[in-house]
Every structure is written in C-alpha cells, then in structure tokens.
Design a protein around this ligand. Structure first.
Ligand code: COA
Length: 332
C-alpha cells in the first residue's frame, strides 16, 4: 500500500470586529504608543465582543476553511482545536464547535490540545500523525483564542501583547505521489523546566490566585525578557532541525509563517534563516499575539492574498508557554 501524506486543502480565519489600539492602551495603563510599537511591532489587536466565545471565533474560521476546501462539514472525521482559552473548563471546546457546525450526529471525535502559543503546531502535528497512520482522512485543525479574557488589564507588561482571533485548516489524506499542498514534516518539543516564566496566576488544582475566592483561573503572568531569550534560542534550533530533517537548505525556503508574538523575535529567526523580511508573513502589527490562532491566521492571509503559491516551500513555527515549540515544513 502506498504511504499516506497530509494535504492542506483549505484555510480560513476570523477576527472579532473590535480593535484595541496602542493609543487606547495608553489611556488604560502607564505606556505610550511608541513604547509598544518599538518593543513589539504591535499597533492594534482585536478583542472579542461580550458573549462572543472562543467556539464562535473557531466556527467562523472553520466554515471559511471548509468553504475553501469545498468540503461539507459532515465529511470530516476528526476535529482538533488548539486553545488555552476554551469556552468552559469542560467539555472540550472542540465538541462545542462540532455542535455549532451542525455535525454532532456524525459522532466523529473532537478534542482540544493545549500547548498555548505553540498549540496550532501541536494540533497540526497530531493531525499529520492521524493521517499518516490511516486513522483519519479529513481533519479540521483549528487554533482559536479569546486571550482578552485572561489578561490583567492593569499589567502593562502583558496587556499590550495579546489579541483574540481564530484560524483553521482542513487536512486530507493523499497518496505520497499525489500533487497538492503537502506537509513534509512536523516537529514539536516541550521543556517544563521554565513553566514559571510564563503562566497563569491561578488554576484548578493549584487553586485561585492569592486573595481570590472560588475556582479563579487567574491572569497571564510573564517574565517577558527571559521568555524572549528562550524563544529566540528554541526557534533558532528548530528551524535548523526542520531543514536538516528534510535535507533542504535555508535558501530553498520561499516563506516563513511564524508565530506572531513580537517583531524582534521574528526578525531574529528570519536573520538566522538568512531570509529577507519580505519573505516573512507578518500580521503582528494588526493582530498582536493571538496565541494558538496566530500561525493559521497568518497562513490564511498569505494564501488568500496570493503571496503563497503552489510549489513553494513554507516553514511554519511557534513558541509558547511550557515551554513548548514546534514547526512544520510544507510544499504548497
Ligand atoms: N510600557 C512602558 N514601559 C513598560 C511596559 C509598557 N507597556 N512594559 C514594561 N515596561 C517597562 C518595565 O517596567 C521596565 O521598566 P524598569 O526598567 O523601570 O523596570 C522596562 O520597561 C523594561 O522592561 P523589560 O521587561 O525588560 O522590557 P523588554 O524590552 O523586555 O520588553 C516585552 C518587554 C514584554 C515587550 C518583551 O520582553 C517581550 O516581547 N518578550 C517576549 C514576550 C512574548 O513574546 N511572550 C509570548 C511568547 S509566546
């Protein structure tokens, strides 16, 4: 039997309407538009409306990806949703998405993956493993977040960074010899030794943050400078490893689609790859850091505006709390 590979047959994304600009933030905390832009490359981010949930963003992105793939939702056989800001503690938001897509009766498995900002890379890697092993043929992979719900809006070190949004891809099994947008390899890693550098201030079994009653999850807390250094190091290593695993040279890459946390982290990865910044898909200025949503949001943007073309070599990468990091190499 011929070996199976994963083809990406559709992409989609969705952003909530409300824009929060750096000027707005300078009215909320002790910061300036210039400080935020020069340190992060961010000018604005989107914020979900009251009552607009992670599953709502995910469903919009999913519908657009399914439309692009020309695939009815009931033809899916698996849904994997990467999120850290699910609608509820349980059930998994993927099951809510399944219901909102109107395909609960198919009884296909739907589950969440939590790897924070690397979540989409972990979800895509999982989908690729399902396809290669023959366990699934058509998988909806989503990254969706409402980061605004876990931000301490009085903490200027974190509230300037994050935004809300969702992105999705549809992945289909194909024969290795078939033409189409093919995932060549995925690579994922974790190192729990640094979990205190980027975490929430409370949780379920850890209990609520000090002084708070009830099962409060707390807010994002980060030692930004140290996270920055770790991100640059881990991403540098993983992009080298990804090219090496495929016996490809960095000059052969056409596009880098990075996690959009901070323009300076992205520039340093591009520099290591000797890529011109024009070969990097950048959304950080308009979206901020949308965690698990950022890579599929950027990918969808570059596919729809025609920058990414058939036959090109695309490197996706992300780094997040845990720490976790991951990459995927795709021949589009
Ligand atoms: N406006 C103005 N000043 C600010 C500020 C803000 N929004 N946030 C922090 N500062 C201040 C600090 O209080 C500190 O002041 P001090 O020197 O008087 O103590 C000073 O700026 C420098 O702080 P530092 O944290 O060292 O700044 P930095 O250059 O590292 O930039 C980040 C901060 C958060 C922008 C940067 O560290 C970063 O982007 N890190 C990576 C974060 C990330 O990507 N996380 C997600 C990974 S998935």
């Amino acid at each position: 039997m011929e070996q199976l590979t994963s083809h990406i047959i559709g992409t989609g994304s969705y952003l909530p309407e409300k824009r929060l600009t750096n000027a707005d933030l300078s009215q909320m905390v002790d910061t300036t538009e210039e400080w935020i832009f020069s340190r992060t490359g961010i000018r604005e981010r989107r914020i979900a409306a009251p009552g607009e949930l992670t599953s709502d963003l995910a469903v919009e992105a999913a519908k657009r990806a399914l439309d692009a793939a020309d695939l009815p939702a009931d033809q899916l056989d698996l849904i994997i949703l990467a999120t850290t800001t699910g609608d509820l503690l349980y059930p998994a938001t993927a099951t809510i998405v399944q219901h909102k897509l109107g395909i609960s009766a198919t009884n296909i498995p739907a589950f969440d993956i939590q790897a924070v900002c690397s979540g989409f890379m972990f979800a895509l890697s999982t989908a690729d493993a399902y396809i290669r092993s023959g366990l699934a043929r058509r998988i909806l992979v989503i990254g969706a977040e409402t980061n605004s719900r876990i931000i301490d809006w009085s903490d200027r070190g974190t509230c300037i960074l994050f935004g809300d949004g969702a992105g999705a891809v549809v992945v289909e099994a194909a024969a290795k010899s078939a033409s189409g947008s093919t995932i060549l390899s995925t690579h994922i890693h974790s190192d729990g030794a640094h979990c205190d550098l980027l975490q929430t201030t409370g949780g379920i079994s850890s209990g609520p943050p000090e002084g708070q009653k009830g099962p409060g999850l707390g807010f994002v807390s980060m030692r930004g400078n140290e996270v920055y250094k770790q991100a640059v190091k881990a991403l540098g290593q993983i992009v080298d490893k990804t090219l090496e695993a495929n016996q490809l040279q960095r000059e052969q890459l056409d596009w880098l689609v990075p996690h959009q946390a901070n323009i300076r982290i992205i520039q340093s990865t591009a520099k290591r790859l000797k890529m011109d910044i024009k070969q990097v898909v950048l959304t950080v200025e308009q979206h901020g850091n949308t965690s698990a949503a950022s890579v599929p949001l950027a990918l969808d943007e570059a596919v729809r505006d025609g920058r990414i073309q058939a036959g090109q070599l695309i490197l996706l990468e992300a780094f997040g709390a845990g720490f976790t990091w991951g990459s995927a190499l795709i021949r589009w």
